[in-house]
Design a protein around this ligand. Structure first.
Ligand SMILES: [Zn+2]
Ligand SMILES: [Zn+2]
Length: 217
């Protein structure tokens, strides 16, 4: 199991990174990314701390902690500069908080995030076919989410991504210990979105490949 979109109390999650990591270690995860909510006010506060704790904890954990960030409600025009800044600060996984149907995320966010080269566009809501195609070309993962509310458009996202050949990731968007997905629940979320078993096997492989790629950098 791998999850690439989770929150600690460095934003609105509940756990300190050490407990967060331990909770998924006992679920048998091979890797987890901590991707707390950020804009230009707090990126330089959060990312170096997650980089540090990852270096510390990865010496003693079976689960690899990957430092990341989730650019959240930032103006679409700022994505380019903030993605660069996040990577400079050491974020290995950059998630964009996509145009979920549950929140007033600015229109144009999905497109701007893909163009800026985020790794994962989370809960992209009713993403357009053109944007999904661009995500496929740029190899930006679209997210199938376990999070209540955000998951309402999972079936739409899965069908469109499959049609245009976009990469998919299944993430919990966990904010507390009750939110982490077991391997079985992650599969249920994917199959429930209409993804085939073969499609799901490919998702697990694509996510594992991304972890290998970012871990090399
Ligand atoms: Zn949150
Ligand atoms: Zn999130």
């Amino acid at each position: 199991m791998i999850d690439l979109h989770t929150h600690t109390f460095f934003s609105d999650g509940e756990l300190v990174p050490a407990e967060h990591l331990r909770r998924v270690e006992i679920l048998g995860y091979s890797a987890v990314a901590i991707t707390d909510h950020a804009d230009s006010s707090n990126m330089d506060f959060i990312i170096p701390r997650i980089v540090k704790v990852a270096a510390d904890l990865n010496r003693y954990s079976q689960t690899k902690l990957i430092p990341g960030i989730e650019l959240t409600h930032v103006p679409p025009q700022m994505f380019g500069e903030l993605v660069l800044k996040a990577r400079e600060l050491g974020a290995l996984i950059v998630v964009a908080h996509g145009e979920t149907v549950m929140e007033p995320v600015r229109s144009g966010t999905n497109r701007a995030a893909i163009e800026a080269g985020v790794d994962i566009l989370s809960h992209p809501g009713f993403i357009t076919e053109e944007d999904a195609q661009l995500a496929a070309e740029r190899r930006v993962f679209l997210e199938i989410t376990g999070r209540k509310g955000h998951s309402l458009t999972n079936g739409y996202v899965a069908a469109l991504a499959t049609r245009v050949g976009a990469l998919l990731a299944v993430n919990a968007d966990a904010h507390g210990p009750g939110d982490f997905l077991t391997a079985g629940m992650a599969e249920t979320v994917a199959l429930g979105a209409g993804i085939s078993r073969e499609g799901y096997a490919k998702i697990r492989k694509d996510m594992a490949d991304l972890v290998v790629r970012v871990s090399r950098n």
